[in-house]
Design a protein around this ligand. Structure first.
Ligand SMILES: C[S@@+](CC[C@H](N)C(=O)[O-])C[C@H]1O[C@@H](n2cnc3c(N)ncnc32)[C@H](O)[C@@H]1O
Length: 402
């Protein structure tokens, strides 16, 4: 086993169903006024949506929809914000719902005359806002998007065609599994986060994922460990605290919001996004962020001479997915765990079936370094790729090493 390839988890889009060739067309063309739409706007979109919009109700490409119709359709098909590791539930007014998709009520009012004739089932504000949310099979949308992408769109101007292709490609990649999703902000909701910190949720920016930058995605381990820390921070968090391989920063940001000072660290290519997430969550006062490569810690030590006194809490979440990492994790723990009876290492590791050897190696190396296992729990959790078992371990120095 040489390395961890995130593309192992790629989820292809699968079967594609047929689209209807004909659309019912009504000649009842009306001018629709945006102010009328605003008056009709309910306080929130109805939860019990009774109208089922089918992909067949979308403007068929053979009808040569104008640019503004295609743009509005492609924006409304934008997926809801990811919440934890699935789509979130939105309870928004139509204006908020549209604004999250870069649309306004005026945009919809402009296209209603065309829709009334060519796509009558989506020719109202309410039904337009329901596009996408009532489709039972997302593969039909994929088919619709590929129909747009395979059309020359020759009734539109060149720059407009490019815009439409770009938007259709983005909607398509959003539906092709986590490895293809473009940049997005993931919302993390944890039990008692608000009660403990006053924050409703944590927002984590995740750039598009490449196989060698795994720290640009939030992993299930960090979610499960963050929840443990919220539930029992006094037991597990003893300053000074450092998180190693912090990735998108969930754990460190939660620790900062719980009122502790924490150092978040990772490789240089992960740092810009990590810093952005610290700012995005207003955690800069409690959290600092540094480059720390476990294989060459000297630049970090030079920049932070106090680090040589050691930390009372070292946190690792999902740090082992290649042959050399167990050794690096054990070595860096030896370097930075304070020689104190209260100092400890928190390790949250997913139980991926292909990485048993690496986990066993890590546990063996931790013993060799003089770390005693003082707590271990197996837990069920999940990630973008489905259900996952995790192990949480706490290590301390054996007293003979102090
Ligand atoms: C699977 S990701 C987990 C990220 C984050 N802890 C989480 O659970 O969401 C592994 C993290 O370890 C970091 N990492 C891997 N090798 C490293 C090294 N040699 N030095 C520092 N960080 C490293 C990666 O950059 C990445 O952020």
């Amino acid at each position: 086993m040489t390395g961890f390839d995130v593309l192992d988890f790629f989820e292809p889009c699968g079967r594609i169903s047929c689209l209807r060739d004909e659309l019912s067309v009504t000649s009842d063309k009306k001018k629709v006024d945006a102010s009328t739409l605003k008056e009709n706007e309910d306080a929130a979109l109805p939860d019990d949506r009774t109208t089922t919009i089918d992909v067949l109700d979308l403007p068929h490409i053979s009808l040569k929809p104008p640019k503004n119709v295609l743009v509005a359709i492609l924006r409304i098909l934008k997926l809801e914000q990811q919440c934890n590791f699935g789509p979130g539930v939105e309870n928004l007014t139509p204006s908020q719902f549209l604004s999250n998709r870069d649309l306004t009520i005026e945009d919809i009012s402009d296209i209603l005359p065309w829709l009334t004739i060519h796509s009558p089932r989506i020719a109202s504000l309410d039904s337009f806002c329901q596009i996408g949310s009532t489709f039972t099979d997302s593969r039909d949308i994929v088919r619709y998007l590929t129909t747009i992408l395979s059309s020359p769109l020759n009734w539109l101007q060149d720059p407009d065609v490019e815009d439409i292709y770009k938007a259709a490609s983005s909607r398509l990649s959003e539906r092709c599994g986590r490895t293809s999703i473009p940049d997005f902000v993931r919302k993390i909701v944890l039990k008692n986060l608000y009660e403990r910190t006053g924050c409703e949720s944590i927002q984590l920016k995740e750039p598009s994922l490449t196989s060698d930058n795994l720290g640009l995605k939030t992993w299930g381990s960090s979610f499960i460990l963050s929840q443990r820390l919220i539930n029992d921070d006094q037991r597990y968090l003893k300053e000074p605290i450092m998180e190693l391989g912090a990735g998108t920063g969930l754990i460190g940001i939660v620790v900062a919001h719980l009122g502790y000072h924490v150092t978040l660290s990772d490789l240089p290519e992960i740092l810009p996004n990590l810093k952005e997430n610290i700012k995005l969550n207003h955690a800069s006062a409690q959290a600092d962020c540094h480059e720390l490569d476990w294989t060459r810690p000297d630049p970090f030590i030079k920049e932070n001479p106090n680090s040589l006194k050691g930390y009372n809490t070292l946190i690792f979440s999902d740090p082992v997915y290649s042959t050399n990492q167990p050794r690096w994790v054990a070595d860096i723990s030896e370097k930075f765990l304070r020689k104190s009876t209260e100092a400890h290492i928190l390790l949250q590791v997913p139980i991926r079936s292909g990485f048993q050897k690496e986990r066993d190696k890590l546990w063996a190396l931790m013993e060799d370094k003089g770390f005693q296992l003082v707590e271990s729990h197996q837990q069920d959790g999940y990630d973008d790729f489905g259900e996952q078992k995790f192990v949480f371990r706490v290590y301390k120095w054996y007293s003979s090493y102090l």
